[in-house]
Design a protein around this ligand. Structure first.
Ligand code: NAP
Length: 360
């Protein structure tokens, strides 16, 4: 397989650190550029991160002495050094959108973790197992931007990456109508650890800014259709969400209630989950889990600590499927928020884009 030189924009942050660790031994991608704010630029990666390293494994030795570039001032230079960049920065929406478009216009594709471009109509927001076909909108985006290679592609918010994968395979045959979901989200989703956010020890905070809106709105774009120069969001299923921050390092759990047009049996749901495969599995992408959806029969599973790292943190764990008194069924599902939900999901999307020729 062809090799690609890549950059990590926001390399010093929580998601950036995840990118660094999962790209260390990637079979297709070689990290050539690490970039962050002007505060970090000019320092080595090790110096710039300092005591902020939050990964369970050490910083890759090969990256420790890479000099951090300035993500805003060095765009042209970076674009000349890499085939594409991953981006995860904590700027405002407007600043992020501007930054990502500048990279795209410098003919450097951007695979982004940021939310700024998620609802730009010609920017694909992709979970490769579900809506891989949305990447064809990139042709229209390139026309708008006036680029030959450059474009922006995004992954969705981390909270929905547990329940959307579980609901999507049920929709075609049974029609998913109404979904009520409560998410229990890890502190790494806020870029934090218990050291940097001690208030979270032994605590639950019933508010995550903007998260409930994202959890309700983003699935509709994923369910949407490419028409002409845009992705038209679906109008169904209807989602309502409550998102809570809980005292967990990594792993977002969701409690889901669902109503169908044609109510399936429990066995039919389990069969759909078991057999579901998407483009990521068909193309055998390096980061794709062999089995996307796992079901656990034990009443006390899945548990965040036990299942979050399943298949390298890229698989979704489901459990407790049972009938409900008001909806048709209820169940729980779990995904790793900084792997499947952030850096891992973006790496999988980049693999899809490479395999389909968009990075050449
Ligand atoms: P973070 O830990 O606060 O890291 C932010 C990164 O942005 C750092 O590398 C920082 O560099 C860089 N940065 C700040 N100002 C910059 C500037 N002016 N120019 C260039 N780079 C700048 O944040 P995070 O948790 O990694 O999140 C990053 C993005 O990913 C956010 O958009 C977030 O919403 C999204 N996201 C996060 C998660 C998650 O689970 N954490 C999941 C999905 C999506 P310095 O070190 O130099 O300040």
């Amino acid at each position: 397989m062809k090799q690609y030189n890549v950059g990590i924009i926001g390399a010093t942050g929580m998601v950036g650190q995840r990118f660094a660790t999962i790209l260390e031994n990637h079979p297709w991608f070689n990290v050539k550029v690490l970039a962050a704010s002007a505060r970090s630029a000019g320092k080595t990666y090790k110096e710039a991160v300092g005591d902020r390293w939050a990964m369970p494994v050490p910083m890759p030795k090969t990256m420790e002495n890479i000099i951090i570039m300035d993500a805003e001032a060095d765009i042209e230079k970076i674009a000349g050094m890499v085939d594409f960049v991953f981006c995860a920065v904590n700027l405002t929406k407007e600043e992020t959108k501007k930054l990502e478009e500048k990279y795209a216009k410098a003919e450097c594709p951007v695979v982004s973790n940021n939310s700024a471009n998620r609802h730009t109509p010609d920017v694909p927001m992709v979970i490769p197992e579900i809506n891989a076909d949305h990447i064809k909108i990139i042709d229209a985006q390139r026309k708008r931007l006036g680029t030959k290679r450059g474009f922006v592609a995004v992954k969705s918010n981390c909270s929905l990456q547990s329940y959307v994968p579980a609901l999507y395979p049920l929709d075609e045959e049974f029609g998913v109508e109404d979904v009520l979901v409560c998410t229990y989200q890890a502190i790494s989703g806020a870029g934090k650890t218990f050291d940097t956010w001690p208030e979270m020890i032994d605590n639950v905070i019933p508010y995550i800014g903007g998260e409930e809106e994202k959890s309700e709105k983003e699935p509709l774009k994923i369910w949407g259709k490419v028409e002409g120069n845009e992705i038209i969001p679906a109008t169904k299923p209807h989602f309502t969400a409550q998102c809570l921050r809980v005292a967990v390092t990594d792993g977002h759990m969701a409690a889901v209630f669902v109503r169908f047009k044609n109510k399936p049996s429990k066995e039919q749901i389990l069969e759909k989950w078991e057999s579901f495969k998407g483009k990521a599995q068909e193309l055998d992408l390096p980061s794709a889990p062999k089995q996307f959806l796992y079901y656990f029969n034990e009443d006390n599973l899945p548990q965040t600590k036990l299942q979050r790292n399943l298949e390298g943190g890229m698989a979704i764990s489901c459990g407790r499927l049972r009938e409900d008194t008001q909806y048709d069924y209820k169940f729980v599902c779990l995904s790793h928020n900084t792997l499947r939900g952030a850096a891992g999901g973006a790496v999988l999307l980049a693999e899809l884009l490479c395999a389909e020729g968009y990075m050449d």
